[in-house]
Design a protein around this ligand. Structure first.
Ligand code: UD1
Length: 339
């Protein structure tokens, strides 16, 4: 059975491809390499012993996508392909609406025309905005997203809800909290383009001496140590949740399914706790300075992930320290590659 993985050479996509192959799925990757690199394909092969079929093109090129569907017996899709830089989405909103939504709709049209079901959408806890209560469960009301990137995730969810209902399709919306870490082989991980925006890649590059100092955006939040709190989930655990969600769709006897799951650890960690955990796990210092709050940041977000545990039999297993060790090994691998 072939599963199409769009954005399959990206950070979460590549880890998910490995888990799919480990679970005997045939994988077809479409990735335009806009935020990923070709060597990831070699590394997936090194880890799994299997080289997935790979097509390098932009999903907005519908005619090329049609050819892929003509050539393979595709029975499901995990859709990672999207632009994801929050700041850029505010200055280039049209790029985000066009790229993230047109590419999604093109795949859905193939699904509709060919009677294919089983679609997994990469969503984000950003759809909740600053929730009024913690932890955040799947019934927590959605608030207007802060960024155009976040809005593309909300719109993507809406499109998929309608798609599932109108065409009787099986759909799973996976709302990730903050993915971190790298593959235990150190052959896959996050490849931040330019200066990282996200905390863990910035911490890692600071420890490696690529960045001089981490800026901690605000220490005056109403939290225990004053820094903002997030739910950091290990990327391999996250990847495994995709396989569990896919199997649930494939095994469901219902024609129409709309699953929604929060994927997090259920535990909040502050920025300072992450920095300290990194230092402790890897025995390297992370110089930092306290700076004013970053615009658009929320105070606290962590998941109630009980629904995923109950319905998918999945839960996060890896500690913050363990995840941060893998990140450091991945950074060392990148340093060696670049030398
Ligand atoms: C960000 C995005 C979110 C996206 C997610 C993907 C914003 C406002 N939100 O979430 O839409 O889904 O990434 O992973 O960009 N921090 C520092 N110094 C840094 C970097 C971050 O102190 O150099 C702090 C932030 O203020 C925040 C925490 O670390 O409190 C986590 O930041 P980040 O990794 O960027 O994730 P989010 O902001 O939660």
């Amino acid at each position: 059975m072939s599963i199409l993985v769009t954005g399959g050479l990206g950070y979460i996509g590549s880890h998910t491809v490995v888990e799919l192959i480990n679970n005997n799925f045939d994988v077809i990757i479409v990735d335009d390499l806009s935020n990923s690199e070709k060597f990831i394909l070699d590394n997936i092969e090194e880890i799994t012993g299997k080289r997935p079929i790979f097509y390098p093109f932009d999903l907005r090129r519908k005619e090329l996508l049609t050819q892929v569907f003509d050539a393979h017996n595709i029975e499901g899709c995990i859709n990672f392909a999207a632009s994801k830089a929050v700041g850029e989405s505010m200055t280039e909103p049209l790029k985000y609406y066009e790229n993230n939504l047109f590419s999604l709709i093109n795949v859905l049209q193939e699904f509709k025309e060919r009677n294919i079901s089983n679609f997994i959408f990469s969503s984000s806890c950003t759809v909740y905005g600053q929730a009024d209560e913690m932890p955040i469960d799947e019934n927590t009301p959605l608030k207007e997203a802060e960024s155009s990137y976040g809005k593309t995730k909300q719109m993507g969810e809406d499109i998929l809800k309608d798609f599932s209902r109108a065409y009787q399709k099986k759909v799973s919306l996976l709302r990730y909290f903050n993915p971190i870490g790298a593959h235990p082989t150190a052959l896959l991980g996050e490849l931040p383009a330019g200066i990282p925006n996200n905390l863990v890649p910035y911490v890692t590059q600071t420890a490696a001496g690529i960045r001089e100092k981490l800026s901690i955006w605000g220490d005056d939040y109403p939290t225990e140590d004053g820094t903002a709190v997030r739910d950091y989930i290990y990327v391999v655990d996250l990847a495994k949740a995709h396989v569990a969600a896919l199997k649930k769709l494939l095994n469901s006897e219902n024609e129409t399914v709309l699953d929604i799951y929060n994927l997090g650890t259920g535990k909040g960690s502050s920025v300072l706790e992450v920095v300290k955990a990194f230092e402790l796990a890897n025995n390297v210092p992370v110089p930092y300075q306290i700076c004013p709050r970053r615009e658009g940041d929320i105070t606290v977000a962590y998941a109630n992930a009980d629904k995923a545990e109950k319905e998918l039999g999945w839960k996060s297993e890896t500690s913050l320290e363990e995840s941060l060790k893998t990140t450091w090994e991945w950074q060392k691998y990148l340093n060696d590659r670049n030398n």
